[in-house]
Design a protein around this ligand. Structure first.
Ligand code: GLN
Length: 247
């Protein structure tokens, strides 16, 4: 039986459009395989060492909340950077995905400094990019689709050495222009997809669980589950995105 420690960073500040559902999906799919999950909520100012963290999760947030947590996040830079180099898993959605990069400039022109760990930057553009999205994700061969809901004013651009999480099939993705969505760097996955994302993309949930187990050299074999309901939910969301895009 395995055990995974998940640190949930700033749950009271970064939690939009059902991001918390990602934690529920990780827990459930682990528990169904008799893997124990320990979730540690980490608020601003909480003194906590990252040495026992296997997977760090951060959700999305409004500009004001991003600003609130950014200083606290930067204070943890050295520790998180070290853990990232050791291949700790990070899964970050939207507002916190932006904060993994160099900076996020809001629509009001305020620059919020990021963790500077992933080579990307974000500038607010004209109007918000809102709707259901589908991407083709090459974490798998052949690629699989991921679907979620996006709502962001920021346009994110990736530097060299950072791979996009996927290619946009429907929706906007990182910036609405270059068809990239999200970012992968070491064991970090950043994405604009909310929704919650993980319940209706169970293959991504399992990917994160395997990476988190591997981090502390635990058995990464995951028993197959009956995913027929999850697959139906996935397909329904894909259909919705396709329909909206073609209207
Ligand atoms: N405030 C950020 C933006 O608008 C992130 C929004 C979010 O997390 N949904 O770009």
């Amino acid at each position: 039986m395995g055990k995974i420690n998940i640190y949930h960073l700033y749950p009271a500040h970064l939690n939009l459009y059902g991001d918390r559902g990602n934690m529920l999906a990780l827990c459930r799919r682990a528990n169904w395989r008799d893997i124990e999950v320990n979730i540690v909520p980490v608020g601003p100012g909480k003194e906590i060492a990252f040495t026992s963290c296997d997977l760090l999760f951060m959700g999305g947030g409004q500009d004001s909340d991003q600003k609130l947590v950014a200083e606290d996040l930067k204070r943890r830079h050295r520790e998180i950077q070290k853990a990232v180099q050791e291949n700790m898993v990070i899964f970050a959605v939207c507002g916190s995905y932006q904060l993994l990069g160099h900076y996020y400039t809001t629509a009001r022109g305020e620059r919020i400094g990021g963790l500077d760990i992933v080579d990307l930057y974000t500038d607010a553009g004209r109007g918000r990019l809102i709707g259901n999205a589908v991407i083709s994700c090459s974490l798998w061969d052949p690629p699989r689709t991921l679907t979620g809901f996006e709502n962001h004013g920021g346009r994110t651009f990736l530097g060299p050495g950072v791979q996009p999480l996927g290619t946009v099939l429907y929706g906007f993705g990182n910036n609405g222009a270059d068809k990239t969505e999200g970012a992968v760097y070491k064991n970090i996955i950043g994405t604009y997809l909310h929704g919650s994302l993980l319940p209706k993309n169970p293959w991504l949930t399992d990917h994160l669980l395997r990476k988190a187990l591997a981090f502390r050299h635990q058995d990464t074999a995951l028993r197959d589950l009956d995913d027929s309901l999850e697959e139906q939910a996935h397909q329904a969301a894909v259909n919705l995105a396709a329909r909206r895009t073609h209207k």
